[in-house]
Design a protein around this ligand. Structure first.
Ligand SMILES: [Zn+2]
Length: 339
């Protein structure tokens, strides 16, 4: 690969911003969430069914304490669930108030249920009201239109909410688990074992060649909309290095051998728990044999071909704000048109 790739900084990291400090050292403070939820400088992100409450201006809703005074306290169990997301001063803080503490409040899936017979749900109760009085948006739709701090908070909240939802029971013995450490661990009630939030690594790679000219490999996955082309990607298997995961996935999906693999950046992808780790990989062979299952098409593009096909709509690239797009545009050497 070109010397530029070795020398350049890693790609921007969409969905994670340094402006919000996770302040992990505070998670063990007794009653941290209960105390913070009453403080005027605290703002709370709402999550319901994996989606985020949206403010009137289209941004992420960051609720002041007064809007949540009727919601049951975090010490009263997990209905609803509260987490500590972190704190910020300056850029990541709510304007005019610094530092800001951030919490997430995860409303139960059935909080909006109309049926009064569902146990514990009052359709006129504070949780149902919260669901009904906000518009809701998925992280994919919300993140491109909010500032980096809001995108990072939203990503953290959605990722952590998904982990709790999937770990209400101990994976070893099946007994219930309870939330601890301001939402950052769970504990098995029977064995006392602590469970930690998990992240599943996946590799995503711009496969490039230099001969007979510089070209980029893009593929079309079976389940994508027509004409969508993007970088190859796949999950890292147990006991496998990231580099070998890149080599294996490229070989499996298109039959191409790659040798040199260079890290370019990463992106959290909490659907539900992935971390996309981005690479540039140099091809040693060029013949393309799409596997026909995961990938139904694969092509080599020169820069001129890619620009022409994107402009004409023949090729639809992944959205701005995705690491796939960043890998493609880094190779291309600038922005490409289209969403
Ligand atoms: Zn257990």
């Amino acid at each position: 690969m070109s010397p530029d790739h070795r020398a350049s900084r890693t790609l921007p990291q969409p969905l994670d911003a340094a402006a919000v400090d996770r302040a992990a050292h505070r998670r063990t403070e007794p009653h941290l969430v209960s105390r913070l939820r009453g403080e005027a400088t605290t703002r709370t992100v709402l999550v319901h069914r994996g989606r985020l409450a949206v403010a009137h201006d289209g941004g992420l809703a960051l609720l002041p304490p007064g809007d949540l005074s009727a919601v049951p306290a975090p010490d009263d169990g997990e209905r609803p669930r509260w987490f500590f997301l972190g704190e910020a001063t300056g850029e990541g803080a709510v304007s005019g108030r610094a530092p800001t503490s951030y919490l997430a409040l995860v409303l139960p899936d059935d909080a909006d249920a109309e049926d009064v017979d569902i146990e514990g749900v009052d359709p006129a109760g504070p949780l149902a009201v919260l669901v009904r009085e906000h518009p809701w948006s998925g992280l994919r739709e919300l993140s491109p239109r909010v500032d980096p701090s809001q995108a990072a908070l939203a990503t953290e909240a959605v990722a952590l909410a998904a982990w709790h939802a999937a770990h209400e029971r101990c994976p070893r013995c099946g007994e219930p688990t309870t939330l601890e450490n301001a939402g950052w661990t769970r504990r098995c009630v029977a064995q006392g074992t602590e469970l930690y939030p998990r992240t599943d690594p996946a590799v995503i790679m711009a496969v490039v060649r230099d001969e007979p000219e510089e070209m980029l490999l893009l593929g079309h996955a079976a389940h994508w909309p027509e004409r969508r082309f993007s970088t190859l990607a796949g999950y890292v298997e147990p006991g496998e290095s990231l580099e070998n995961a890149v080599r294996r996935e490229v070989l499996e999906e298109v039959g191409v051998d790659v040798d040199e693999v260079a890290y370019r950046g990463s992106q959290p992808w909490p659907f539900p728990a992935s971390l996309m780790v981005g690479f540039v990989a140099r091809a040693r062979t060029t013949e393309l044999r799409p596997d026909g299952v995961e990938l139904t098409d694969a092509r080599w593009f020169t820069r001129a071909e890619l620009e022409r096909d994107v402009r004409s709509g023949e090729v639809l690239l992944p959205g701005h704000g995705s690491i796939a797009r960043a890998l493609v545009e880094e190779w291309f050497g600038g922005a490409l048109p289209g969403a």
